[in-house]
Write a protein that binds this ligand. Structure first.
Ligand code: FRU
Length: 479
């Protein structure tokens, strides 16, 4: 297919060419963020999986590095995590970067053994530049569960051991190890809880504090079965005692209600700060997305925190300060009264596909932010008061015929209460990320306009006063 440079994101990671899916092995080490990723370096569709590699000082300007892990006799390299083994528990060397990943054996899969996914190790002693696979792979063998993958490993300080959170078909299984090599089963979670519209994948388990109290968050991606169809990431807040995860409530929550944030997990090595990013696509149409010569990008990095609303504890996602630093001097419009429609193109010149919009109001009513172009295409992002939902409507936002699952208006509930609301929208060439009410409702969606959106307007059926609308271009130093 002809190249589509107009669709290339500037501050979202994408490989120069070829296929990408899940973020893998994210770890911060010696001032560098490492992002590995599911990659097929010979084609633009999913194929034999490798771990690609990229590095960044700030998670918004990425440098692609040589491929880290290649398929071998044990199989393809599926998703997994990386840790810095500061105490040399595995014996590979002090501060070894150790990748824990799933070996997916296609030959065994065809034979129907149900044992084709096993967990293996690789390590790097030069900050991720070169890698050696562990000679005694796999380290955690499959007992006969067809989906047995995506290990996320972290150091559990209280019990002084490594804990692996593994997606095992319709539940999570936790394992522990003193040395990353010998694993003992701890417990299972979720067989009868949460969303089960599809297989469980790419989990993560980490603590966050709220008002001085520690809570544990369990992320579980699910495909299909997301709230707007296809792939999405649910989460549970609860307690983890080193053995068992006990949720506060049995119903899942969603980290992102849009259609395009999947398989996201957090970086290792960032201390109490938990930084999340996901794959900005959906298995419903990822292989058909109209970009070339690459396919897919990651979301912007997000700081995760907890917030209580009523008796529920939710995750909030907010763009990291590194993203905010991309903002050029902002233009602020105050006290905008919107009755049906208010064009802003004479005030705000949209000269770049990379920009941030912030809106605040003391009295939240129906409203929409509309981006449009001379070709009559529009992307509509807003709030529906009657339904108490935010939404992204990409029905008329450009190309969509590549999949009948792509077009549509996709809602996400407003979880905050009270009349005052704030909204941050991050735009790149083919994506919008919505963070409403301090990140209580988050939505990520991609779109492919036939020409850039250059016009901005606000709409409101009921009328609304927007106290402040701030526009800032993001990153003129980026390509
Ligand atoms: C999630 C996923 C993982 C798997 C990988 C294969 O998108 O299906 O479960 O490890 O992709 O590329």
């Amino acid at each position: 297919p002809p190249a589509t440079p107009q669709y290339r994101p500037a501050y979202h990671f994408t490989p120069a060419a070829h296929w990408m899916n899940d973020p893998n092995g994210m770890v911060y080490h010696k001032g560098t963020y490492h992002l590995f990723f599911q990659h097929y370096p010979e084609g633009m569709e999913w194929g034999p999986m490798h771990w690609g590699h990229a590095t960044s000082p700030d998670m918004v300007s990425w440098k692609e590095q040589p491929i880290a892990l290649f398929p071998d006799s044990l199989g393809m390299i599926f998703s997994g995590s990386a840790v810095i083994d500061a105490n040399n528990t595995a014996g590979f060397g002090k501060d070894a970067m150790v990748a824990i990943f799933t070996h997916h054996d296609q030959v065994a899969e065809k034979k129907g053994t149900n044992k084709h996914q096993n967990q293996s190790l690789a390590y790097s002693l030069d900050e991720g530049k070169t890698w050696k696979k562990y000679a005694q792979n796999p380290v955690l063998k499959n007992p006969g569960i067809p989906d047995f993958r995506d290990p996320k490993v972290s150091w559990h300080e209280a019990s002084k051991k490594w804990v692996m959170t593994l997606a095992t078909k319709d539940r999570i299984t936790f394992f522990a190890s003193p040395n990353l090599k010998d694993w003992t089963k701890l417990s299972e979670f979720g067989e009868k809880l949460g969303a089960h519209g599809g297989v469980w994948e790419c989990p993560d388990l980490f603590p966050l504090t709220l008002n001085g109290k520690t809570h544990w968050v369990l992320l579980v991606s699910i495909n299909p079965g997301g709230p707007n169809g296809g792939s999405a990431t649910q989460y549970f807040v609860g307690q983890f005692d080193g053995k068992t995860f006990t949720p506060q409530t049995t119903t899942q929550k969603w980290i992102d209600w849009g259609k395009d944030d999947y398989a996201g997990v957090t970086f290792a090595g960032t201390g109490a700060r938990k930084i999340f990013l996901g794959w900005m696509s959906n298995w419903e149409y990822a292989n058909q997305a109209p970009t070339s010569p690459w396919r897919s990008a990651m979301t912007a990095p997000r700081d995760l925190a907890l917030k209580q609303v009523g008796s529920e504890i939710y995750l909030t996602s907010t763009p990291t300060p590194e993203v905010a630093k991309l903002a050029q001097p902002a233009q602020t419009l105050k006290n905008l009264t919107v009755k049906s429609e208010l064009g802003l193109s004479d005030k705000v010149k949209m000269t770049s596909p990379q920009f941030q919009l912030k809106l605040s109001t003391k009295q939240l009513q129906d409203f929409a932010v509309v981006l449009s172009n001379a070709g009559g295409e529009e992307l509509v992002i807003g709030y529906d008061k009657k339904a108490n939902q935010y939404f992204i409507d990409r029905t008329k936002a450009g190309l969509s015929s590549f999949s009948d699952k792509f077009s549509g208006r996709h809602p996400g509930p407003r979880l905050a209460t009270g009349p005052a609301a704030d909204l941050t929208l991050l735009f790149d060439a083919t994506s919008v990320e919505l963070f409403a009410d301090g990140g209580l409702t988050t939505m990520t969606e991609i779109f492919f306009p036939k020409q850039p959106f250059t016009q901005l307007k606000l709409r409101s059926a009921t009328g609304i006063t927007v106290d402040a609308l701030t526009y800032a271009k993001l990153g003129n130093t980026l390509k």
